[in-house]
Design a protein. Structure first.
Length: 111
């Protein structure tokens, strides 16, 4: 179900511009335009997405907060059904599935 490819990493930051400048200027990531909300920087084949820190830390899934996104094979319906059948709590938002690892870190599965 999960391929070994990282799609993107999401970070929430108090100051997204300063955080983006660090990753761009210090680590050499390249800005990417037109990718959606947040600041997008490319590293290799993956993207780092930096968003404003969400004040609602209790939200079950913060789509643009801290998370790891992995590419998966199959449809969102199939992946969601397989996780639910295995008793793994998850949330479907359009074509993406969100779940938490044992430490509560959000994992996004992208088809």
């Amino acid at each position: 179900m999960v391929s070994p490819r990282i799609d993107h990493l999401g970070l929430s930051a108090r100051d997204p511009q300063a955080t983006a400048a660090f990753y761009r200027d210090v680590l050499g990531m390249t800005p990417v335009d037109g990718e959606g909300p947040g600041i997008h920087l490319r590293f290799g084949e993956a993207v780092l997405v930096i968003a404003d820190r969400d004040p609602d830390e209790a939200a079950p899934v913060r789509a643009h907060g801290d998370h790891l996104a992995l590419r998966v094979t199959g449809t969102a319906d199939g992946v969601h059904a397989a996780l639910a059948a295995a008793g793994i709590p998850c949330q479907r938002v359009r074509d993406r599935i969100y779940l938490r690892d044992p430490d509560g870190f959000v994992v996004e599965l992208v088809g």
